[in-house]
Design a protein around this ligand. Structure first.
Ligand code: IMP
Ligand code: MG
Length: 336
């Protein structure tokens, strides 16, 4: 009976999708709903041999017993949405709030065609910035005006609050990371909206008093795509030596890679009001930890990394991801 928010504590791509999928299978929420900006997000969820990259469908879709929703504050690109719904086969259990603002072709043109957004900021070119600007200017179209979305429309805040009243669990998944929050990130090298837990709650019409758990997700080696400051960034020679290489799910651009940033981890925990933390990529700290499912299987090196990260964060690290598959995880939540 919990309402849980999952958000990213660094610059995005911390592996929130995989954490959401894991928590969903364990906690059996009746609704999994997306907060965050829109289709600029890319979540990769790996189940067995298959890797799915989704931008609109909540990454919790792999848990088949939940209804899936897109919160009121999230931008919807109808073309991307409909294509993904078919691709991952979630028709009949996915819904969109009728008041979501819509991304039109013109928004994409303005995003990609803008020297400032595309070049200086390094936007994803998915139209999110211009669409959010139009929403603020009150000229954006809403989902209820798009005929192709008619069959998906719902009142997301009402559905979620009713589920909570009925004693069911709900998961709210954020997108992007703390460092690219419009308010708290490295402005102007940020996305077009706040990305913290309060925003994810607001996106779904869930008041602060109804949230029980905020899980902040960190990765052992943080990454950043696009432009902007990244204080712990390493040289590409160093990351090659470590054997780390990553590419964006949406843009396929190489991700910049850094080392653990304790200051940032602490600050993002504070603003998010995190109650627990998850850490991904422990198999990169020590290859021997790949696929581990119990804390005792971790090496000394990995354990000391986790212990020192926990001191930085100031909250318990209850989920430890040791590889890409949903099964590659250590869950310490029962031991709390
Ligand atoms: P926009 O959100 O497309 O306007 O891009 C603004 C900045 O946020 C760029 O640096 C993007 O690379 C970054 N960004 C936006 N969405 C994501 C995401 O889901 N993961 C990582 N970076 C993102
Ligand atoms: Mg991503």
């Amino acid at each position: 009976m919990t309402c849980t928010i999952v958000v990213g504590g660094f610059f995005g791509d911390e592996g929130k999708g995989k954490i959401v999928a894991h928590i969903a299978h364990r906690d059996r929420p009746s609704i999994i709903s997306r907060g965050g900006v829109g289709p600029n997000a890319g979540h990769t969820v790996t189940v067995g041999e298959k890797a799915y990259g989704v931008r609109m469908v909540p990454s919790g879709f792999v848990y088949k017993d939940a209804r899936l929703m897109i919160g009121t504050g999230v931008l919807v690109d109808p073309r991307v949405f409909i294509q993904e719904v078919d691709l991952v086969g979630v028709k009949g259990r996915i819904f969109v709030d009728q008041r979501c603002a819509v991304i039109d072709e013109d928004h994409i043109r303005r995003d990609k065609g803008s020297e400032y957004l595309a070049k200086k900021i390094g936007s994803t070119g998915t139209g999110c910035g211009p669409a959010n600007a139009d929403r603020v200017l009150r000229v954006a179209r809403l989902a209820k005006e798009v005929p192709e979305l008619a069959e998906f429309l719902i009142d997301v805040p009402r559905e979620i609050n009713n589920a909570l009243d009925a004693g069911q669990s709900v998961m709210l998944e954020g997108s992007q990371g703390f460092g690219i929050s419009l308010y708290f990130g490295t402005y102007p090298y940020v996305t077009s909206k706040d990305t913290s837990a309060s925003q994810v709650a607001a996106d779904n019409g869930v008041g602060p008093t109804r949230i029980d758990e905020v899980m902040v997700v960190y990765k052992a080696y943080p990454t950043r795509v696009g432009e902007g400051p990244f204080s712990t960034e390493m040289t590409s020679e160093r990351s090659q030596t470590l054997g780390i290489e990553e590419f964006g799910t949406v843009t396929h651009r190489p991700r910049r890679i850094g080392v653990w940033d304790g200051e940032m981890a602490k600050y993002s925990m504070m603003v998010n009001g995190g109650t627990q933390a998850a850490i991904t990529g422990i198999d990169r700290v020590d290859k021997e930890c790949f696929g581990a499912t119990g804390y005792q299987q971790l090496t000394r090196k990995a354990k000391s990394f986790i212990e020192s990260a926990e001191l930085d964060i100031g909250a318990p690290i209850t989920l430890i991801s040791t590889g890409p598959d949903v099964s590659h995880i250590i869950d310490l939540r029962d031991e709390m």
